[in-house]
Design a protein around this ligand. Structure first.
Ligand code: UDP
Length: 358
């Protein structure tokens, strides 16, 4: 998202732009692939949401967004819960019906540490207490990050809203949706008129590329850029297992989370619910998302922002900041767990701050 947004902004200013991409396709991890009329989110589900009008208007130039609202469900020990934590969840768990009853239950449960929470477990216990933590957070988080929640930063869980209304909209943002026709088409439109070279590894000819451009926007892994000289950063990687099922609706929802640690996948995605196919289908594709052990050659999905990793990143960042001919942006180059809208917003701000083309 960062690279393509930046490329578009630069092109619109009349600058000469070239995009090089190591993979055989554009769109990074947002890439969608059309299979039997269904837009499959090849690298995991991407749901666009933002409250930033400028970001929303910018992306609407390249796609029409549908009115998809993310309402994931969570399975725990065979029971089904609503997400994010809202009145339905509290009712399902405790039988309470009113916000007052729910608040009373939470007051009973929440742990008061008398200081800011120091890790994800403390954050969760102080926010929702042990019932919700043990049913819906601990197993999922341990699987997802392959770490004890006590060794993870509290910020990860701050993403989960807590609501006292019967509202299952996962996000609070004003604008939400999925690009009709898939993300790949959105990226094609965003890169319209821009030269793109696929299957090109920047690192193999770095000096050559540096001699070609005044500014290089690098959106790959920051540790790889510096040949791992301060040590390797940790990322989370995933494996995806697809199943075609002979029905037009297998799970009744796009995303179902599986919170028990004994189940290897964290969630099952039924892609057709994101962007319903134009013609009726008789088969549907469901993908299991399985966290896997990280190694250099695998696809990175999430940075792991532990204290130890952030100390390593800080060394890379200082070095990167001193390189005036480069812009380092996006989840991998900034080693930051941020969403698509924030990435686009960051690219816009950075572009403006450089005064390029003025
Ligand atoms: N999480 C959880 N249970 C859930 C969903 C999320 O414990 O059913 C926690 C988990 O630690 C996860 C974090 O919340 O990493 C953020 O979840 P989100 O769905 O926002 O993550 P993403 O879609 O970026 O993977």
């Amino acid at each position: 998202m960062y690279a393509s947004s930046f490329a578009r902004l630069a092109k619109d200013r009349g600058l000469k732009v070239l995009v090089i991409e190591r993979r055989p396709h554009i769109a990074g991890n947002c890439y969608t692939e059309r299979q039997e009329g269904i837009h499959v989110h090849r690298y995991g589900p991407h749901i666009f949401h933002t409250s930033n009008l400028a970001v929303w208007q910018f992306l609407n130039r390249f796609a029409e967004f549908n009115n998809y609202i993310n309402t994931p469900l969570a399975v725990s020990r065979g029971d089904l819960f609503s997400l994010p934590f809202n009145m339905y969840t509290f009712h399902q768990l405790w039988g309470v019906r009113t916000p007052e009853e729910a608040r009373a239950k939470l007051r009973e449960q929440c742990v008061d540490y008398g200081r800011p929470p120091e890790n994800l477990e403390e954050q969760a216990l102080s926010l929702v207490g042990p019932d919700l933590y043990n049913r819906l957070i601990r197993g999922y988080t341990t699987k997802q990050w392959q770490k004890d929640p006590r060794d993870l930063p509290a910020e990860i869980i701050r993403r989960l809203p807590l609501r006292f209304t019967y509202n299952c909209n996962y996000f609070n943002d004003r604008f939400q949706g999925i690009p009709v026709g898939g993300y790949t088409q959105l990226f094609e439109n965003m890169l319209d008129g821009i030269e793109v070279r696929l299957g090109v590894d920047f690192h193999e000819q770095r000096e050559w590329w540096e001699s070609q451009a005044n500014k290089i926007v690098y959106t790959g892994k920051i540790d790889e850029f510096f040949a791992f000289e301060h040590g390797e950063l940790e990322y989370r990687t995933l494996e995806f297992r697809d199943y075609w099922l002979e029905t037009d609706n297998a799970q009744g929802n796009a995303i179902i989370n599986y919170c028990d640690e004994v189940i290897p996948y964290t969630r099952k995605i039924e892609h057709l619910h994101f962007d319903p196919p134009l013609n009726p289908v008789t088969r549907t594709i469901v993908t299991e998302e399985i966290p896997a052990v990280w190694s250099r050659e695998k696809t990175p999905y999430y940075p792991v922002n532990t204290v130890a990793n952030m100390a390593i990143y800080e060394r890379y960042r200082r070095q990167a900041d001193a390189m005036e001919n480069y812009v380092f942006g996006g989840r991998l180059a900034e080693y930051k767990y941020y969403d698509m809208h924030a990435v686009v917003g960051a690219a816009m701000l950075r572009f403006q701050s450089l005064g390029l083309g003025d």
